[in-house]
Ligand binder design. Structure first.
Ligand code: ADP
Ligand code: MG
Length: 529
């Protein structure tokens, strides 16, 4: 007994010193209320008591045509088709049209499934690139990608689709043959966008970089329009008119037009200043379908009744902004006013057009479109579609632009050095005034360069000799004022040298655009001090 006492004592000492005994856990007894706790019926969330929540609906993205990521598409499609079938049946039931045939239902279901299949264009595994698709297979998304691929953007309503290739255009067999003859294998982006617009007689403002083939973009639909009309008999005037700011540009447009006109038997006359007016009057008298003109001389012809424009319902203003810059706006307005205004399309866009009537189509094309042109556009264009290729006013990426910082006194020597390095290649040197063109032409000729000069103060014959000489490579350096800055297309110009910088960025863009044309890779240099 004493032993047990002793053991207990030891245990107590051990406990006291070593503290090894665990404290007893406190157990709180549940209160009476807590013990009687049970889930109530209303707290059961496994199945909702509210009937509204007993029938959950799947979210139907894009009204049942879209998909939820990460779930089997086929299953989703099937469910969507089933859902639609159910809804249709319900609707029919409600409207009391149950007596329709049962397999009608199946047909609708199948149709829906097919529709769901064709809608599934977002599935990259089955979708092909637009270039592999036929025209009928093109979806809205393909067209969007197509426009992005070529940087085509539109502003305007009811825009017809662009054409993807020449064969898909509605130009007609003869014109297509002529296009092939000209060696144009693929249409350029501005042609893809503007030709369908021109063919549907829409007014267009086309903005695309220099050398991108704007001329053909307005000439081809114009031809197609004229081809539908009877030939002009005598002095009844042209069916179509192209206005350009400079004589050289007008002549160049004439050359491009003649390429396509011959196959259709369309006659083209250019009416530009600097040549005998009588000769031009005679050609107009003999009858022609297209007139290409500078505004001043055309106005002279209209005033002296050599030309009439009462049948002319297709007008193109090429480099429209330049014409306004040069102060030709009154002449342009006078020419446009000489046309029958009764043929302008109605102001109200929603008004229905009379299909048997001919309406006037007016287009403007340039690489830059400053706000000053808008005044003219508002007055003479009806609901125009503005087509922009790339960023307006941006020079083409084919051009490398260099700035060279030199002292005024060293500028000349740098120019000489650059021109000596040309070899067989050609260069255009831009100056701001006629005087400095004259001076530098002489100076460079004295230094032994094969050089010619061109500016507005020279006679037309001399201007022609200079430009032709440069085109035919009799000379390889052309010193010019801004009359050459716009639209002039000389193949393979290697360098454009802005010997005297112009203070307008638009002129600069056009100047350097004389190189890097139709996909040639060339270089542009600017000289600044
Ligand atoms: P822009 O008026 O846009 O400055 P142009 O109409 O003068 O350009 O055309 C520049 C050059 O490109 C011309 O020599 C023209 O013959 C050529 N060209 C135009 N369209 C095409 C095409 N689809 N394929 C190949 N060359 C073309
Ligand atoms: Mg042009």
């Amino acid at each position: 007994m004493a032993e047990r006492e002793r053991e207990k004592e030891l245990e107590a000492i051990k406990e006291q010193y070593l503290g090894c005994k665990k404290p007893k856990k406190q157990v709180i007894k549940p209160s009476e209320k807590f013990r009687s706790f049970d889930w109530e019926n209303t707290e059961d969330t496994s199945r909702d008591m509210n009937t509204l929540y007993q029938l959950p609906h799947e979210a139907r993205p894009l009204f049942g045509r879209g998909f939820v990521a990460g779930m089997d598409r086929r299953e989703q499609k099937k469910a969507a088709a089933q859902h639609e079938k159910k809804i249709r049946a319900e609707l029919r039931h409600r409207t009391g049209a149950e007596d329709r045939m049962e397999d009608d239902d199946d047909l609708v279901g199948k149709k829906n499934a097919a529709a769901a299949d064709s809608y599934d264009t977002f599935d990259m595994r089955v979708d092909r690139h637009w270039s592999e698709k036929s025209l009928a297979e093109m979806t809205e998304r393909d067209w969007r990608i197509f426009r992005e691929d070529f940087s085509i953007s539109y502003k305007g309503s009811r825009v017809p689709r662009p054409m993807r290739s020449w064969s898909e255009s509605n130009l007609g067999a003869e014109l297509l043959l002529a296009v092939e003859g000209a060696g144009y294998r693929k249409p350029s982006p501005i042609q893809m966008a503007a030709i369908p617009l021109g063919l549907s007689q829409r007014d267009v403002i086309g903005i695309a970089e220099t050398g991108s083939g704007k001329t053909a973009a307005f000439v081809l639909p114009m031809m197609s329009y004229i081809a539908q009309l009877p030939p002009i008999s005598d002095e009844n005037g042209p069916y179509a008119l192209v206005l350009a700011p400079t004589r050289e540009l007008a002549q160049q447009i004439e050359e491009e037009t003649v390429k396509f006109a011959n196959c259709l038997g369309i006659r083209v006359v250019s009416v530009v200043g600097g040549q005998q007016i009588e000769g031009q009057a005679l050609k107009l008298k003999q009858g022609c379908e297209i007139v290409i003109a500078t505004p001043g001389r055309l106005l002279d012809c209209l005033e002296s009744r050599y030309a009439v424009l009462n049948q002319c319902n297709y007008v193109v203003l090429d480099e429209a902004d330049r014409m306004i810059d040069m102060g030709f706006e009154p002449q342009v307005v006078a020419v446009l006013d000489a046309m029958p205004s009764s043929n302008l399309k109605p102001e109200n866009e929603d008004e229905k057009l009379d299909e048997r009537r001919i309406y006037r189509t007016t287009c403007m094309f340039s690489a830059t479109m400053p706000p000053a042109v808008e005044r003219l556009a508002r007055k003479y264009l009806r609901h125009p579609v503005v087509v922009t290729i790339g960023t307006p006013g941006k020079a083409t990426e084919l051009i490398t632009q260099n700035v060279m910082m030199v002292k005024e006194s060293e500028k000349k020597f740098l120019l000489h050095k650059m021109l000596r390095e040309l070899g067989d290649k050609t260069a255009i040197v831009f100056c701001n005034t006629r005087e400095s063109v004259g001076m530098h032409t002489k100076d460079l000729a004295n230094k032994g360069f094969r050089v010619m000069g061109i500016h507005g103060g020279k006679s037309q014959a001399k201007r022609d000799i200079s430009l032709d000489g440069f085109r035919n490579r009799h000379c390889n350096v052309l010193v010019a004022t801004d009359i050459l800055a716009r639209g002039i297309d000389v193949p393979d110009v290697a360098h454009v040298i802005n010997y005297e910088m112009h203070n307008s960025i638009e002129i600069y863009t056009h100047r350097i655009g004389r190189t890097g044309r139709a996909d040639a890779y060339t270089e542009q240099q600017s000289c600044a001090t």
